[in-house]
Ligand binder design. Structure first.
Ligand SMILES: [Fe+2]
Length: 236
């Protein structure tokens, strides 16, 4: 069942965490880093001479920063588990984040048009992502979402629905089987910054269905059965 979760943005201040690295409001990243078009994987903002590869810097920090780890763990326990799973679950070890600077185009997968807007629509279970079928998607905007920069998700009726969420809300949806994706071009005046991650009911994890087929993650190819494991990808 799709659902919207709510959280306290002062308590789980992911926005502040990311702004520390960019040294500006997330809304204004394009003013400091430019608005280059790109073809996934959503992190390809231009480099900053003084900071360097800020995205790599963030992932590196997430792994070792005690404050971030406690905020993330608490968020999973008190928001995701409490409001959604209510029983043992696994979660993506670290969240992903996607940045589409104001004015930039981000094109990947097939393009579908809804109400005159082009979207990069895909299913996470399809090639080249091949995410396991047990995953449930969680998506949360850290900047303002309006109709023209909302993610769309295919409903059970086959119709696409824009997810217009406020900062402080999390959209739960089934991106493994349902087509979904962001608009190709960010025509809004602000950079679009969203966080996403996947979770599952612990009892649905079944390593035996994972195969040798190659999956693409952040520009690298991995055998599926080496990637979606409790050692690398999921955490309790
Ligand atoms: Fe996706």
């Amino acid at each position: 069942m799709e659902k919207i979760l709510n959280y306290n943005t002062d308590l789980y201040n992911f926005k502040k965490y990311f702004e520390h690295f960019f040294e500006c409001d997330l809304e204004h990243i394009h003013k400091h880093y430019g608005s280059k078009d790109f073809e996934w994987d959503g992190h390809e903002i231009p480099q900053n001479k003084e900071i360097g590869d800020v995205v790599e810097l963030i992932f590196k920090d997430m792994r070792s920063n005690f404050e971030f780890q406690s905020m993330w763990k608490l968020f999973i326990k008190d928001i995701v588990k409490e409001q959604y799973f209510k029983e043992p679950m696994l979660h993506q070890r670290l969240p992903s984040f996607k940045i589409i600077p104001s004015g930039a185009s981000c094109k990947y997968s097939n393009i579908i048009n809804r109400n005159g807007i082009d979207y990069s629509a895909h299913r996470d279970g399809d090639h080249p992502y091949s995410h396991p079928r047990w995953e449930i998607n969680f998506w949360m905007p850290l900047t303002k979402i309006e109709e023209n920069n909302a993610m769309i998700v295919e409903g059970d009726d086959g119709i696409f629905y824009p997810k217009i969420l406020n900062y402080g809300q999390v959209q739960v949806f089934f991106g493994n089987k349902k087509l979904h994706g962001p608009p190709v071009k960010n025509i809004s005046k602000i950079t679009r910054f969203t966080m996403d991650f996947r979770c599952l009911f612990a009892n649905q994890y079944d390593e035996s269905i994972l195969t040798d087929k190659l999956i693409l993650s952040r520009g690298k190819w991995w055998p599926q059965k080496k990637y979606f494991t409790k050692e690398l990808y999921y955490d309790e």
